[in-house]
Ligand binder design. Structure first.
Ligand code: NAD
Length: 249
Protein backbone atom coordinates (compact mmCIF):
# COMPACT_ATOMS: atom_id res chain seq x y z
CA UNK A 1 0.00 0.00 0.00
CA UNK A 2 1.63 3.28 -1.11
CA UNK A 3 1.47 6.48 0.91
CA UNK A 4 -0.85 9.06 -0.63
CA UNK A 5 0.41 12.61 -0.58
CA UNK A 6 -1.79 15.65 -0.74
CA UNK A 7 -1.00 17.05 -4.17
CA UNK A 8 -4.41 18.63 -4.71
CA UNK A 9 -4.05 21.86 -6.66
CA UNK A 10 -0.40 21.17 -7.50
CA UNK A 11 0.78 21.10 -11.11
CA UNK A 12 3.46 18.61 -12.10
CA UNK A 13 5.52 18.39 -15.29
CA UNK A 14 7.23 15.05 -15.89
CA UNK A 15 9.65 14.72 -18.80
CA UNK A 16 10.08 11.25 -20.24
CA UNK A 17 6.64 10.59 -18.81
CA UNK A 18 5.40 8.25 -21.53
CA UNK A 19 7.26 5.27 -20.11
CA UNK A 20 9.13 3.67 -17.27
CA UNK A 21 10.04 5.68 -14.20
CA UNK A 22 8.38 8.90 -15.41
CA UNK A 23 5.08 7.14 -16.05
CA UNK A 24 5.14 5.37 -12.66
CA UNK A 25 5.72 8.74 -10.98
CA UNK A 26 2.87 10.26 -13.01
CA UNK A 27 0.48 7.63 -11.67
CA UNK A 28 1.51 8.34 -8.06
CA UNK A 29 1.14 12.11 -8.51
CA UNK A 30 -2.20 11.72 -10.24
CA UNK A 31 -3.63 9.38 -7.59
CA UNK A 32 -2.51 11.95 -4.99
CA UNK A 33 -4.62 14.65 -6.62
CA UNK A 34 -2.06 16.50 -8.80
CA UNK A 35 -2.64 17.95 -12.25
CA UNK A 36 -0.05 16.21 -14.38
CA UNK A 37 1.54 17.08 -17.70
CA UNK A 38 3.65 14.43 -19.42
CA UNK A 39 6.37 15.64 -21.77
CA UNK A 40 7.86 13.10 -24.15
CA UNK A 41 9.07 12.85 -27.73
CA UNK A 42 7.30 9.52 -28.29
CA UNK A 43 3.92 10.76 -29.53
CA UNK A 44 2.47 7.28 -30.07
CA UNK A 45 3.14 6.22 -26.51
CA UNK A 46 1.91 9.52 -25.11
CA UNK A 47 -1.41 8.98 -26.92
CA UNK A 48 -1.62 5.42 -25.62
CA UNK A 49 -1.02 6.62 -22.06
CA UNK A 50 -3.60 9.38 -22.42
CA UNK A 51 -6.21 6.93 -23.76
CA UNK A 52 -5.61 4.40 -20.99
CA UNK A 53 -5.00 6.73 -18.05
CA UNK A 54 -7.44 6.43 -15.16
CA UNK A 55 -8.30 10.14 -15.20
CA UNK A 56 -7.46 13.35 -17.03
CA UNK A 57 -3.87 13.95 -17.95
CA UNK A 58 -2.13 16.52 -20.16
CA UNK A 59 0.45 15.38 -22.70
CA UNK A 60 2.94 17.41 -24.72
CA UNK A 61 5.13 16.15 -27.54
CA UNK A 62 8.53 17.62 -26.67
CA UNK A 63 12.12 17.10 -27.62
CA UNK A 64 13.96 18.16 -24.46
CA UNK A 65 17.11 18.95 -26.45
CA UNK A 66 15.34 21.74 -28.39
CA UNK A 67 14.79 25.03 -26.59
CA UNK A 68 11.85 26.06 -28.82
CA UNK A 69 10.13 22.75 -28.22
CA UNK A 70 10.63 22.97 -24.44
CA UNK A 71 9.42 26.56 -24.33
CA UNK A 72 6.29 25.79 -26.36
CA UNK A 73 5.51 22.82 -24.10
CA UNK A 74 5.90 25.02 -21.02
CA UNK A 75 3.39 27.51 -22.41
CA UNK A 76 0.91 24.78 -23.36
CA UNK A 77 1.24 22.99 -20.03
CA UNK A 78 0.67 26.19 -18.08
CA UNK A 79 -2.61 26.69 -19.94
CA UNK A 80 -3.63 23.13 -19.46
CA UNK A 81 -2.61 22.34 -15.84
CA UNK A 82 -2.33 25.86 -14.45
CA UNK A 83 1.41 26.12 -13.84
CA UNK A 84 4.44 24.07 -12.87
CA UNK A 85 4.92 23.67 -9.13
CA UNK A 86 6.91 20.49 -9.62
CA UNK A 87 9.32 19.38 -12.36
CA UNK A 88 10.57 15.81 -12.63
CA UNK A 89 13.30 15.42 -15.24
CA UNK A 90 13.12 11.78 -16.26
CA UNK A 91 13.66 11.96 -20.05
CA UNK A 92 16.82 10.08 -20.84
CA UNK A 93 18.59 7.48 -22.91
CA UNK A 94 21.33 5.02 -22.02
CA UNK A 95 23.11 4.97 -25.36
CA UNK A 96 25.00 1.91 -26.64
CA UNK A 97 27.89 0.21 -24.81
CA UNK A 98 31.39 0.85 -26.14
CA UNK A 99 34.81 1.57 -24.73
CA UNK A 100 35.36 5.31 -24.55
CA UNK A 101 38.05 5.32 -27.24
CA UNK A 102 35.72 3.50 -29.62
CA UNK A 103 32.51 5.36 -28.71
CA UNK A 104 30.67 6.60 -31.83
CA UNK A 105 30.97 10.40 -31.71
CA UNK A 106 27.35 11.05 -32.74
CA UNK A 107 26.06 8.69 -30.06
CA UNK A 108 28.15 10.40 -27.38
CA UNK A 109 26.75 13.79 -28.37
CA UNK A 110 23.19 12.44 -28.35
CA UNK A 111 23.43 10.92 -24.86
CA UNK A 112 24.92 14.08 -23.36
CA UNK A 113 22.43 16.27 -25.22
CA UNK A 114 19.35 14.43 -23.96
CA UNK A 115 20.49 13.44 -20.47
CA UNK A 116 22.34 16.60 -19.43
CA UNK A 117 21.42 19.47 -21.78
CA UNK A 118 17.76 18.41 -21.83
CA UNK A 119 17.63 18.52 -18.03
CA UNK A 120 19.17 22.00 -18.09
CA UNK A 121 16.72 23.30 -20.73
CA UNK A 122 13.66 22.08 -18.81
CA UNK A 123 14.94 23.71 -15.60
CA UNK A 124 15.76 26.85 -17.61
CA UNK A 125 12.16 27.02 -18.88
CA UNK A 126 10.31 26.31 -15.64
CA UNK A 127 12.41 27.86 -12.86
CA UNK A 128 11.37 31.46 -13.73
CA UNK A 129 7.74 30.43 -13.16
CA UNK A 130 8.64 28.79 -9.83
CA UNK A 131 10.52 31.93 -8.78
CA UNK A 132 7.52 34.08 -9.61
CA UNK A 133 5.28 31.68 -7.76
CA UNK A 134 7.69 31.53 -4.79
CA UNK A 135 7.41 27.75 -4.65
CA UNK A 136 8.90 24.81 -6.47
CA UNK A 137 10.19 21.27 -6.28
CA UNK A 138 12.58 19.85 -8.87
CA UNK A 139 13.67 16.22 -8.96
CA UNK A 140 16.29 15.21 -11.52
CA UNK A 141 16.74 11.54 -12.32
CA UNK A 142 20.50 11.04 -12.39
CA UNK A 143 21.96 7.55 -11.98
CA UNK A 144 24.34 5.44 -9.93
CA UNK A 145 26.47 5.62 -13.10
CA UNK A 146 26.98 9.32 -12.38
CA UNK A 147 28.44 8.53 -8.95
CA UNK A 148 30.47 5.46 -9.83
CA UNK A 149 31.23 5.71 -13.56
CA UNK A 150 30.16 2.51 -15.31
CA UNK A 151 32.68 1.04 -17.74
CA UNK A 152 31.42 0.93 -21.34
CA UNK A 153 28.94 3.72 -20.61
CA UNK A 154 31.13 6.83 -20.40
CA UNK A 155 28.75 9.39 -21.97
CA UNK A 156 25.88 8.20 -19.79
CA UNK A 157 28.07 8.26 -16.67
CA UNK A 158 29.47 11.69 -17.59
CA UNK A 159 26.03 13.15 -18.37
CA UNK A 160 24.56 11.83 -15.12
CA UNK A 161 27.55 13.18 -13.14
CA UNK A 162 26.72 16.47 -14.89
CA UNK A 163 23.11 16.22 -13.71
CA UNK A 164 24.40 15.78 -10.14
CA UNK A 165 26.54 18.92 -10.53
CA UNK A 166 23.67 20.88 -12.06
CA UNK A 167 21.42 19.82 -9.16
CA UNK A 168 23.95 21.02 -6.58
CA UNK A 169 24.48 24.41 -8.29
CA UNK A 170 20.82 25.13 -8.96
CA UNK A 171 19.85 23.92 -5.48
CA UNK A 172 22.14 26.53 -3.93
CA UNK A 173 20.95 29.28 -6.28
CA UNK A 174 17.33 28.69 -5.27
CA UNK A 175 17.87 27.72 -1.64
CA UNK A 176 16.31 30.85 -0.13
CA UNK A 177 13.33 30.91 -2.49
CA UNK A 178 11.26 27.98 -1.24
CA UNK A 179 12.33 25.99 -4.32
CA UNK A 180 14.20 22.75 -3.73
CA UNK A 181 16.28 20.90 -6.31
CA UNK A 182 17.32 17.33 -5.63
CA UNK A 183 18.40 14.37 -7.69
CA UNK A 184 18.18 10.63 -7.28
CA UNK A 185 20.73 8.04 -8.32
CA UNK A 186 18.97 4.76 -9.08
CA UNK A 187 20.76 1.52 -9.81
CA UNK A 188 19.26 -0.53 -12.63
CA UNK A 189 15.48 -0.80 -12.97
CA UNK A 190 14.04 -2.98 -15.73
CA UNK A 191 12.32 -0.61 -18.16
CA UNK A 192 12.43 -0.19 -21.92
CA UNK A 193 15.76 1.62 -21.50
CA UNK A 194 17.25 -1.92 -21.18
CA UNK A 195 16.58 -2.38 -24.93
CA UNK A 196 19.45 0.06 -25.57
CA UNK A 197 21.93 -1.81 -23.37
CA UNK A 198 23.93 -5.02 -24.02
CA UNK A 199 23.05 -8.14 -22.00
CA UNK A 200 26.63 -8.16 -20.71
CA UNK A 201 26.14 -4.65 -19.32
CA UNK A 202 22.76 -5.57 -17.77
CA UNK A 203 24.43 -8.57 -16.04
CA UNK A 204 27.23 -6.28 -14.83
CA UNK A 205 24.73 -3.81 -13.33
CA UNK A 206 22.82 -6.57 -11.52
CA UNK A 207 26.03 -8.10 -10.16
CA UNK A 208 26.84 -4.79 -8.47
CA UNK A 209 23.56 -4.59 -6.47
CA UNK A 210 23.94 -6.15 -2.98
CA UNK A 211 20.16 -6.59 -2.59
CA UNK A 212 20.49 -8.94 -5.56
CA UNK A 213 17.69 -7.70 -7.80
CA UNK A 214 16.76 -4.76 -9.98
CA UNK A 215 14.78 -1.88 -8.47
CA UNK A 216 11.16 -1.36 -9.50
CA UNK A 217 9.61 1.72 -11.07
CA UNK A 218 7.27 2.00 -8.08
CA UNK A 219 10.20 2.08 -5.64
CA UNK A 220 11.71 4.93 -7.65
CA UNK A 221 8.35 6.73 -7.89
CA UNK A 222 8.04 6.55 -4.07
CA UNK A 223 11.24 8.53 -3.60
CA UNK A 224 10.33 11.01 -6.35
CA UNK A 225 6.95 11.75 -4.82
CA UNK A 226 8.41 12.28 -1.35
CA UNK A 227 11.15 14.59 -2.65
CA UNK A 228 8.48 16.57 -4.52
CA UNK A 229 6.31 17.06 -1.46
CA UNK A 230 5.98 20.14 0.71
CA UNK A 231 7.14 17.97 3.62
CA UNK A 232 10.55 17.64 2.03
CA UNK A 233 11.56 21.18 2.88
CA UNK A 234 15.10 21.01 4.34
CA UNK A 235 16.84 19.06 1.57
CA UNK A 236 18.14 20.82 -1.50
CA UNK A 237 21.07 20.20 -3.81
CA UNK A 238 20.86 16.66 -2.45
CA UNK A 239 21.81 13.39 -4.12
CA UNK A 240 19.51 10.62 -2.93
CA UNK A 241 20.74 7.09 -3.31
CA UNK A 242 18.35 4.33 -4.41
CA UNK A 243 20.69 1.59 -5.50
CA UNK A 244 19.89 -1.55 -3.52
CA UNK A 245 23.03 -0.99 -1.46
CA UNK A 246 25.42 -0.47 -4.37
CA UNK A 247 26.43 3.00 -3.22
CA UNK A 248 26.71 3.52 0.51
CA UNK A 249 27.91 7.11 0.20
P1 NAD B 1 12.50 4.74 -20.48
O1 NAD B 1 13.24 4.49 -21.75
O2 NAD B 1 11.45 3.78 -20.05
O3 NAD B 1 11.87 6.22 -20.48
C1 NAD B 1 12.59 7.32 -20.93
C2 NAD B 1 11.64 8.24 -21.66
O4 NAD B 1 12.39 9.41 -22.11
C3 NAD B 1 11.02 7.63 -22.91
O5 NAD B 1 9.61 7.72 -22.86
C4 NAD B 1 11.60 8.43 -24.06
O6 NAD B 1 10.71 8.56 -25.17
C5 NAD B 1 11.88 9.77 -23.38
N1 NAD B 1 12.86 10.57 -24.12
C6 NAD B 1 14.05 10.17 -24.63
N2 NAD B 1 14.64 11.18 -25.29
C7 NAD B 1 13.80 12.25 -25.21
C8 NAD B 1 13.85 13.59 -25.69
N3 NAD B 1 14.88 14.04 -26.43
N4 NAD B 1 12.82 14.42 -25.41
C9 NAD B 1 11.76 13.98 -24.68
N5 NAD B 1 11.65 12.71 -24.20
C10 NAD B 1 12.68 11.86 -24.46
O7 NAD B 1 13.63 4.85 -19.35
P2 NAD B 1 13.51 4.88 -17.75
O8 NAD B 1 14.20 3.66 -17.25
O9 NAD B 1 12.14 5.19 -17.32
O10 NAD B 1 14.48 6.09 -17.45
C11 NAD B 1 14.01 7.32 -16.93
C12 NAD B 1 15.21 8.09 -16.38
O11 NAD B 1 15.81 7.34 -15.32
C13 NAD B 1 16.32 8.31 -17.41
O12 NAD B 1 16.87 9.60 -17.23
C14 NAD B 1 17.35 7.26 -17.05
O13 NAD B 1 18.65 7.62 -17.43
C15 NAD B 1 17.19 7.22 -15.53
N6 NAD B 1 17.66 5.97 -14.93
C16 NAD B 1 17.13 4.80 -15.33
C17 NAD B 1 17.62 3.63 -14.75
C18 NAD B 1 17.11 2.29 -15.17
O14 NAD B 1 17.80 1.29 -14.93
N7 NAD B 1 15.93 2.17 -15.77
C19 NAD B 1 18.61 3.69 -13.76
C20 NAD B 1 19.11 4.93 -13.39
C21 NAD B 1 18.62 6.07 -13.98
Amino acid sequence: MSITYDYKGRSVVITGGAKGIGLAAAKRFHSSGANVSLWDMDEGRLNEVKDNFSGKIDTQVVDVTKWDSVNAAAENSFKSIGGADILVNSAGIAGPNFKTWEYPIEEWMKVVDIDLNGTFLCCRALVPFMRENKYGRIVNIASIAGKEGNPNAAPYSAAKAGVIGLTKSLGKELADMNITVNCITPAAVRTEIFDQISQEHIDFMLSKIPIGRFGTVDEIANLITWLSSEECSFSTGGVFDISGGRATY
